[in-house]
Design a protein around this ligand. Structure first.
Ligand code: SF4
Length: 411
């Protein structure tokens, strides 16, 4: 791999939050292989499908007959499902609305799809692909589709979007006069649309004062290691010394009462427990992989066979044998079972699922979970406080009714 390719690989836009927070992680990561998942492949397919649909509906650069043919072809892919089609339709509608608004603003507005955006002026050999770039007078807009169904990603201060915006500005800033940049992340499977806006000057200042010097440090393997949320996307996360030290430091606790924890101490531990758990399970997964697939021995530990369940070698042969022995079908086969909600939605599509089945779907209250106060979900009352409220209500009611009883009866 040449130096420039290497820089592109280690200073990727998608990993920018990590290497901007912890510059030496870029070089440290190089020692660990990248893994590609089935989800990433599905995401790539969803992007191709979305691009084709945008070309059919918005840029209309394909003849209708060619578009139809390509659509029929792409639908043959194993990743295609009606629900994917519905989700991409939602994304297309949002992009369509943005495009119409830009056109209304000026007929000179135009859209570009899957544009290579070169931000190498700030990051060595930095480039990425912008799903949608909308150019209209004074405004440069970048739209990014994220097809995963993990967690909602915010566009606010999002470094990947900002790097793409720098790339777009680099390419089109000479031709058009922009004042502001808009950035939108659309995650149709999570019903999430997140937007951010920044002036051109703010973006350029960030590029010069933050990105450029940090990228130079990162490529040279310099700078300070810094652990945080960004560690979860780091390939060195299981063996990184800094992350281990910070977690072990977190676990060291100065207890006031040596025997019993106070509620404040428990609250403090809860805040640290989530990160500690993540770190511990990363280390466990790494150690298992090393022991199982690379023959590594860890002192005091050994590899053993886990529990397993018996299984039939040939289900058809089992059924035939039992039929021959005179057993009825209901003894041999399980009753037919309806597909679960997510699977059914995937099979018939989100829209038709809503049309046909909404009235048959309920969402029971979820199990109580303890989360930090910053969580967006509204607080629910505890069982104890509900009992207290009921007792108060009952007492008030009793008091009220007692007041209504004439004195002569009470006496
Ligand atoms: S695990 Fe965290 S602290 Fe360690 S190199 Fe990666 S990002 Fe930096």
């Amino acid at each position: 791999m040449g130096n420039t390719q290497r820089a592109h690989a280690i200073l990727s836009a998608s990993g920018s939050k990590r290497w901007l927070s912890c510059p030496p992680s870029a070089k440290l990561e190089e020692q660990f292989p990248e893994s590609t998942s089935e989800f990433a492949e599905e995401g790539t397919y969803a992007h191709s499908f979305a691009e084709l649909k945008l070309r059919g509906y918005i840029t209309t650069d394909l003849k209708p007959s060619v578009y139809k043919k390509k659509l029929a072809e792409i639908k043959k892919d194993p990743f295609y499902s009606q629900s994917l089609d519905d989700y991409i339709e939602q994304y297309i509608n949002i992009v369509g609305e943005k495009y119409l608004a830009a056109k209304k603003n000026s007929s000179d507005s135009f859209v570009m799809l899957e544009q290579k955006l070169d931000f190498s002026e700030w990051v060595p050999d930095g480039f990425g692909t912008g799903d949608v770039v909308l150019i209209s007078p004074g405004i440069l807009e970048i739209v990014d589709l994220k097809y995963g169904q993990g967690v909602p990603v915010s566009a606010e201060g999002n470094t990947q979007m900002r790097l793409y915006a720098l790339g777009a500005l680099n390419q089109y800033g000479m031709l058009y006069d922009f004042d502001k940049i808009k950035m939108t992340i659309i995650q149709p499977r999570l019903d999430s649309i997140s937007e951010d806006e920044i002036t051109v000057q703010e973006l350029l200042d960030w590029g010069e004062s933050v990105v450029k010097p940090t990228a130079d440090m990162a490529i040279a393997g310099e700078g300070e290691f810094k652990s945080g949320d960004h560690c979860q996307f780091c390939r060195a996360k299981a063996v990184c010394r800094k992350r281990a030290e910070d977690n072990l430091e977190m676990a060291r606790y100065e207890f006031e009462d040596p025997n019993i924890l106070s509620n404040d101490e428990i609250a403090d531990i809860l805040a640290k427990a989530a990160e500690l758990q993540k770190w511990a399970s990363d280390v466990q997964a790494y150690a298992l992989d090393q022991a199982e697939n690379h023959g590594v021995k860890f002192t005091g530990w050994k590899l053993v066979e886990g529990r397993s369940n018996r299984k039939y070698t040939d289900e058809d042969a089992v059924a035939t044998k039992l039929k021959d022995e005179g057993y009825a079908s209901d003894v041999i086969y399980q009753p037919q079972k309806i597909w679960g909600i997510s699977e059914m939605e995937k099979k018939i599509g989100k829209r038709l699922f809503a049309d046909y089945l909404t009235e048959f779907v309920v969402k029971p209250a979820g199990k109580a979970t303890l989360v930090p106060e910053s969580d967006k979900r509204p607080e629910i009352s505890s069982v104890a406080s509900a009992v207290r409220d009921f007792d108060d209500l009952y007492e008030n009611k009793l008091q009220h009714e007692t007041e209504k009883i004439p004195d002569d009866i009470l006496n």
